[in-house]
Design a protein around this ligand. Structure first.
Ligand SMILES: CC(C)(COP(=O)(O)OP(=O)(O)OC[C@H]1O[C@@H](n2cnc3c(N)ncnc32)[C@H](O)[C@@H]1OP(=O)(O)O)[C@@H](O)C(=O)NCCC(=O)NCCS
Length: 293
């Protein structure tokens, strides 16, 4: 089969950075597959691009994907990219394909869902009532209230040592402006951001937090964003306590909501244990891949 690769123009450029696209077709112009390369917007020290290759299921195992990848790799090199990143479901054709082309798995993410109808409210009530001496919970909707803004922004450091396995990540520098910008972005999309924080009663500082984003319609599934507890407050059951309160609020505020989605690195034992205890059910795993160019 002769395969023709045609570069396409990006009809809807994104502010996050330029995107390069290719279409693979056969000699009769029948489309076979596509490749998409998201170039980094700032070139930084180790520029990293994201790759998506797709081949129509009826056209697989005929080297279409390999040819698309070849084009994407040479273009990435020409653009100074040092690392290619991609994601696939675990145990999928995509995983086998990337492995055969030298990509290495750098992170396994485990996805889980809590069906809200199945929540055991007695167990939830017990978890919420359990004493946590020295701490109290505080919650807000949308942007953090001014009196907690500084301490909430500093508590985001709790995510810095989150297990990311072999994935290279630049630590995010959080400040009040960034925290507010995230809340504004969620609001602009029409979604609702709810945060539950655990405060250290000794000084009123945020010891940990958990965030939930609910679709504006209040239906379907909501998505957990970050959950983090600062190192010196770990081991006191704060993550479970905060997440239990977040579940309670979601049920009470949004009776039309069906489930809560969460994902965590497969190696993050403490977070997985909290999710298991709260009744989250495992749905699937995703692998993050990386190739040094
Ligand atoms: C991954 C994908 C693009 C591969 O396209 P393709 O045209 O079938 O790939 P190729 O024919 O070039 O395969 C090249 C090699 O990858 C490996 N491979 C590809 N699919 C495989 C599968 N289902 N099982 C095992 N190995 C596989 C093989 O080593 C294959 O060589 P071989 O056929 O000589 O054994 C295609 O399966 C797809 O569109 N999947 C969904 C999207 C996706 O996961 N994309 C990858 C992430 S960017």
């Amino acid at each position: 089969m002769s395969i023709v690769i045609t570069p396409l123009t990006d009809a809807e450029p994104e502010p996050s950075g330029p995107r390069l696209l290719w279409l693979a077709s056969d000699s009769e112009a029948v489309p076979l597959g596509t490749a998409l390369l998201r170039l980094p917007s700032d070139t930084g020290t180790a520029p990293r691009a994201e790759l998506e290759v797709r081949v129509h299921p009826a056209e697989r195992r005929r080297a279409v994907g390999s040819l698309l990848l070849e084009h994407a790799v040479s273009s990435a090199r020409r653009n100074g990219v040092r690392t290619l990143a991609a994601r696939t479901p675990a145990e999928s054709p995509g995983a086998a394909f990337l492995r055969s082309h030298g990509f290495g798995g750098v992170l396994t993410l485990r996805f889980a869902r809590l069906p809200l109808a199945a929540v055991d409210t007695t167990v939830l009530g017990e978890l919420l009532a359990a004493p946590h001496p020295g701490y109290r919970l505080e919650s807000w909707t949308g942007t953090v209230p001014d009196h907690l803004a500084e301490t909430f922004a500093s508590s985001r450091r709790a995510m810095d040592d989150m297990p990311m396995e072999d994935m290279e990540q630049e630590p995010v520098a959080w400040d009040v402006e960034r925290v507010r910008a995230v809340a504004r972005a969620v609001e602009k999309r029409g979604d609702l951001l709810y945060t539950v924080a655990a405060l250290d009663e000794a000084d009123g500082a945020v010891a940990g937090f958990t965030e939930l984003v609910v679709p504006g319609s209040g239906t379907g599934d909501a998505q957990h964003y970050g959950t983090g507890v600062l190192p010196r407050h770990r081991g006191a059951g704060l993550a479970r306590w905060m997440k239990a309160e977040s579940i309670r609020q979601a049920r009470e505020r949004h009776p039309g909501l069906r489930g809560l989605l969460t994902d965590t690195a497969a190696s993050n034992t403490p977070m997985r244990r909290v999710n298991d205890q709260l009744g989250y059910e495992r749905t699937h795993e995703e692998i993050h891949w990386s190739l040094r160019l």
